[in-house]
Design a protein. Structure first.
Length: 94
């Protein structure tokens, strides 16, 4: 059996699968959203996210509840730059 045609077919299939692909139909919107988030971050550059708490200085381990509260607050802080003035999530890319 001649292996050359099989090897050639596999090579052509592999070569055809490595061409770059477009990210999808919403690439432009993703780029705009990233730019909007970067602008919001630039406005807050240099400002600390929160002052260090006394509990952090006492070397205590966080509780499950304190981690959940911190995670919730971090999510709110991260979503704030992409909300509308009335608090709803923004569906419009600026």
């Amino acid at each position: 059996m001649n292996r050359a045609p099989v090897i050639l077919s596999v090579a052509v299939a592999f070569a055809g699968s490595v061409f770059p692909a477009e990210a999808g139909p919403c690439t432009k919107q993703i780029s705009q959203l990233e730019a909007q988030i970067q602008r919001a971050q630039a406005q807050q550059a240099g400002a600390p996210s929160a002052p260090q708490s006394v509990a952090a200085q006492l070397h205590r381990q966080p509780t499950v509840q304190s981690v959940e509260v911190a995670l919730s607050q971090a999510n709110e802080d991260g979503a704030a730059p992409i909300r509308t003035p009335d608090g709803r999530p923004s569906t419009e890319i600026r």
